[in-house]
Design a protein around this ligand. Structure first.
Ligand code: ZN
Length: 125
């Protein structure tokens, strides 16, 4: 692991950061992103379609939610990101098992953001 930081990073990364920081990033891309990202497959959402018409079977992909931590280097703390919402959707449909996975992922990211290791059940708040 390299100890050399890009010129724009004045402090060490948070412990949860994936530390993939390149020196030539635009200001808006200078972010810490968690190494730990949770993916939840959404079985009742329409599949994503890519590629040109006529589509091949490999153009169809199931929708996945990705939940991770993100913090711009100028922000004081991380935020939990819900990423890859299907299309321009503002609403997501979850089966109960999927909702449990989302809840587990949110809890894990909250623990990580608070400096705790996900998976350890320390509920001392
Ligand atoms: Zn970082």
């Amino acid at each position: 692991m390299s100890t050399v930081r890009p010129f724009w990073l004045h402090e060490p990364c948070p412990t949860w950061c994936d530390q993939f920081h390149e020196g030539d990033l635009d200001v808006s891309d200078r972010r810490h992103v968690s190494d730990d990202a949770r993916t939840i497959l959404l079985s009742t959402e329409d599949m994503k379609v890519r590629g040109q018409v006529p589509h091949k079977p490999s153009d169809y992909q199931p929708v996945e939610l990705v939940i991770y931590l993100d913090q711009h280097v100028r922000e004081v703390g991380p935020r939990i990101v819900f990423d890859q919402l299907p299309g321009d959707r503002k609403m997501v449909h979850l089966l109960p098992t999927e909702a449990r996975r989302v809840a587990d992922a949110l809890l894990a990211m909250a623990l990580l953001a608070e400096g705790n290791k996900p998976g350890t059940e320390d509920s001392d708040n």
